[in-house]
Design a protein around this ligand. Structure first.
Ligand SMILES: Cc1cc2nc3c(=O)[nH]c(=O)nc-3n(C[C@H](O)[C@H](O)[C@H](O)COP(=O)(O)O)c2cc1C
Length: 227
């Protein structure tokens, strides 16, 4: 026999917005314009950014839905110059090995239009690095047993999307950076084994006269099917 949970769910009232369709259209179009102006930046200014903005953006990321509401994320904000330097050195070490041998030719061909290489000076220049960790398992308070989180990658991916959107809304530039293997991030930042580095996000103002790759986004008819 399957055991039933003895926990009773509790339901509460919640205020949901309900806009007239014209207002909803206006709002969603405005949000699209805002998000469509987001671009990954690889050349940052060292200009300071108020910490409160970073905090608010991470609080926004923390509103993401997650498998079984386990909220399997940890956002480590790095401001310390020495730690930033160590992260840059380790990231460049891994990226150099990747660019000079680990990445197959077809991957390098995909990266060519972006003009990236193993040099990552922005990891020391941007005022903040947000290192996002995916929590793969937790210890149950009652049983003391280790239990996996559920749909952790999907959940953290959604949270990172909200984080990037929140930072962009504040006029800040970001890069979604994955200098893999990213094990060094957990080591440098002293995170437990149950947490895996998911993405490294430098945050700040873009450098003056920054340029971004001339890339295109797929049109709606290529990303949406209606049945
Ligand atoms: C999961 C993921 C990993 C990425 N890793 C890197 C990376 O390691 N280095 C880099 O320069 N850009 C990286 N990017 C950024 C992409 O190249 C960028 O999002 C893409 O070219 C589209 O450009 P846009 O962000 O300006 O729209 C990554 C993006 C995602 C979503």
């Amino acid at each position: 026999m399957k055991q039933e949970s003895s926990i009773e769910p509790v339901f509460i009232k919640h205020e949901f917005a309900h806009y007239e369709q014209a207002e909803a259209r206006r709002r969603v179009a405005g949000f699209y314009r805002l998000m469509n102006a987001r671009r990954s930046v690889r050349d940052f200014s060292s200009e300071a950014v108020e910490f409160e903005i970073i905090e608010q953006a991470i609080a926004t990321a923390g509103t993401a839905p997650s498998g079984a509401n386990m909220q399997p994320w940890r956002f480590v904000v790095v401001k310390d110059n020495d730690i930033k330097r160590r992260i840059r050195e380790a990231a460049e070490h891994e990226e150099r090995l990747s660019y000079e041998g680990r990445m197959p030719e077809r991957w390098l061909r995909r990266l060519a239009p972006l003009g990236t290489d193993w040099h990552k000076p922005f990891l020391e220049i941007a005022p903040y690095l947000i290192v996002v960790f995916r929590i793969d398992s937790v210890v149950d308070d009652e049983t003391g047993e280790r239990e996996p989180t559920y749909y952790a990658a999907e959940s953290v991916g959604i949270a990172v999307g909200l984080l990037l959107a929140a930072l962009h809304t504040a006029g800040l530039a970001t890069l979604t950076h994955t200098p893999s293997p990213m094990k060094f991030l957990g080591e440098i930042l002293g995170r437990p084994k149950s947490e895996k580095a998911f993405v490294l996000i430098p945050v700040g103002f873009p450098a003056e006269n920054v340029r971004v790759p001339d890339i295109e986004r797929k049109p709606l008819n290529e990303i949406m099917s209606v049945i």
